[in-house]
Ligand binder design. Structure first.
Ligand code: FES
Length: 574
């Protein structure tokens, strides 16, 4: 029997399929549709516009442009709302809600009759949630991002969220600038609607999605309020109709080769550490396991080429003028799987050929002259992180890459907030700041609190970086010598839970180690003295579902029941 398409897909069950279709048509005709319109391929548009999400403030314009593209190709566009998550408007953290958004989106893709879907995302967790959903739902899907915000200017200096947010806040904490100035700069950091304009998580995920083949070529970099962004939206709508006709599902695009291309790009752009968690989660939905040790080897042989904050100097609008991701892909060509299929039905290599020759620009470096010779991310292991930990070495201080220091421990975020600025806090510049209980379960939701502020009294002395360690995450826009994603996390009894103020810790990034210099017998005694039982518990609702099923950082923090029962392959390939 031919597969149902269009309005006939997934009929509501009334025990009479003819009546189900009759009723469905009657209701949608109430919105003024004709039979001619309703006989065409249906392209759903997942609209994540929300008053609480300024990063998606251009969603109405993008929906219009996508509609135009769909209709130009002979389809019928039907927008529908889904959950929208903004980093600063999500309590306790946006990561806590990512899986909820992915579940909701997946179920709406299944429940509603559509032959293809355009996913409009942008702010950090939205694109991963949508790709996880698309991978699981298995219908033709194409990603559109809202695009980056414009930069602003403060007293003649270009500024943009959110690397400069952190830079100015650090200056304010160090008393270098006062109330009036910090308030003035606050007006200028976000120049328009759109996503953060540095290589933070949103920009990282946009680039990685293009490299995966799930977005139109060149679709990652156009700023939110440009004509280019609207044109990409129109073309995305048109392409969605072609994908519906061809049955081009994520299953054909999200292959091991596609994920390896995406990992290459993640390293070469100096991408966010969050990018690795999200790629791991998306790959997990496809039955692919990201192997951290192989990731480290791949990162070591992939230079950072993109000169964007926080690893470099420029902003997303500069990256777009420099040709966007195709400029990076050209440089990486010999390291890529060029035969990987994309949403256009053509391969990455064919699209790269079509993008034309390179031109002079100063944002993407040639491989012979990288920003950073090794990939941006390094995977650390040792008795403090047997399951692995991550450091963004391209944004760290070279002088601290090998460092031994005394631990100054904060038990959780509340403890940190209470004591970090205490003038009596015993802390020196060469100490190692440790923050516990901000992991996937402990947070909950793995808050981006891994960017532990420099204690105010040291900031006032001019200290700008220290080694900082946690089981949490940090924003992709942040910089510093910051060890993240320590696995297993404290809340599950990981060794980080055993660290005490005064212990010695050794970080050795060149040798990829992170060790607590306390002997095994003492650690065993501390472990035995710890209270046993579940670390965190909830009686009901989404929090219960989250705490009972969330996986650790090295597994992408997905819910265990959303992944297939077993993995078929590891990536990258050995
Ligand atoms: Fe939305 Fe940065 S807060 S992308």
């Amino acid at each position: 029997m031919a597969k149902a398409t269009g309005l006939k897909k997934g009929l509501t069950q009334y025990g009479d399929t003819g009546f189900s279709l009759f009723l469905r048509k009657a209701f949608i005709k109430g919105a003024g549709y004709t039979d001619d319109a309703l006989d065409r391929p249906i392209v759903g548009i997942a609209d994540t516009g929300s008053g609480f999400n300024p990063c998606h403030g251009n969603a109405p314009q993008l929906v219009d442009a996508v509609r135009r593209g769909v209709m130009l190709a002979g389809g019928i566009p039907i927008p529908f709302p889904t959950i929208s998550i903004h980093e600063s408007f999500a309590h306790p953290t946006s990561m806590f809600l990512r899986n909820l958004m992915s579940m909701e989106t997946e179920e709406m893709l299944r429940a509603q009759p559509m032959d293809a879907v355009v996913l409009i995302g942008g702010c950090d967790k939205t694109v991963p949630a949508q790709l996880m959903a698309a991978a699981s739902a298995g219908i033709p899907a194409i990603q559109l991002v809202t695009g980056s915000m414009l930069t602003g200017a403060y007293r003649g200096t270009t500024v943009g969220a959110c690397t400069d947010c952190r830079r100015y806040w650090a200056r304010y904490r160090a008393d270098e600038i006062g109330e009036a100035e910090i308030s003035e700069v606050n007006d200028q950091l976000v120049g328009s609607v759109g996503t953060c304009c540095v290589m933070g998580t949103a920009s990282t995920m946009a680039c990685v999605t293009e490299a995966l083949g799930m977005m139109l070529p060149g679709g990652a970099s156009a700023p939110a309020v440009t004509a280019d962004r609207a044109r990409i939206a129109e073309q995305t709508g048109t392409q969605a109709v072609a994908m519906a006709a061809a049955g081009l599902t994520p299953q054909r695009i999200l292959t091991t080769q596609a994920f390896e291309n995406a990992l290459r790009v993640l390293f070469a752009i100096g991408g966010s550490t969050n990018g690795l968690i999200h790629l791991t989660a998306i790959a997990g939905r496809m039955g692919l396991r990201v192997d951290l040790d192989r990731v480290d080897r791949m990162s070591a042989e992939t230079p950072v080429l993109v000169d964007l904050k926080p690893s470099g100097e420029h902003y997303m609008e500069d990256f777009h003028r420099a040709g966007g991701l195709p400029t990076v892909l050209r440089e990486l060509k010999s390291l890529l799987h060029l035969d990987a299929l994309t949403v256009t039905g053509r391969t990455l290599g064919e699209e790269l050929e079509a993008a034309g020759p390179a031109f002079d620009q100063t944002v993407v470096r040639p491989r012979a002259r990288p920003i950073f010779a090794q990939g941006g991310l390094a995977v650390l292991r040792g008795n403090l992180a047997p399951g692995g930990a991550l450091i963004k070495q391209s944004a760290a201080s070279p002088a601290l890459m090998t460092h031994e220091g005394r631990a100054v421990v904060f038990e959780n975020s509340e403890d940190l907030a209470m004591r970090i600025d205490d003038p009596d806090l015993e802390v020196q510049a060469d100490d190692v700041l440790v923050l516990k209980h901000i992991g996937p379960v402990g947070g909950p939701g793995m808050p981006e609190a891994g960017y532990i502020p420099i204690p105010r009294k040291l900031a006032r002395q001019g200290v700008t970086d220290m080694v900082r360690i946690s089981d949490g995450r940090m924003s992709g826009t942040a910089a510093g010598t910051i060890v993240l994603h320590v696995t297993p996390e404290c809340a599950l009894g990981g060794p980080l839970a055993l660290v005490r103020t005064g212990d010695r810790i050794r970080l050795d990034v060149p040798n990829r180690t992170l060790d607590l210099l306390v002997d095994d017998a003492e650690l065993a005694a501390r472990a035995a003295a710890r209270p046993q039982g579940a670390a965190r518990h909830a009686e009901r609702g989404y929090l219960k579902l989250y705490l009972d099923t969330v996986l650790q950082a090295d597994e992408g923090c997905d819910f265990d029941f959303l992944q297939p029962p077993s993995f078929t392959r590891s990536i990258p390939d050995a």
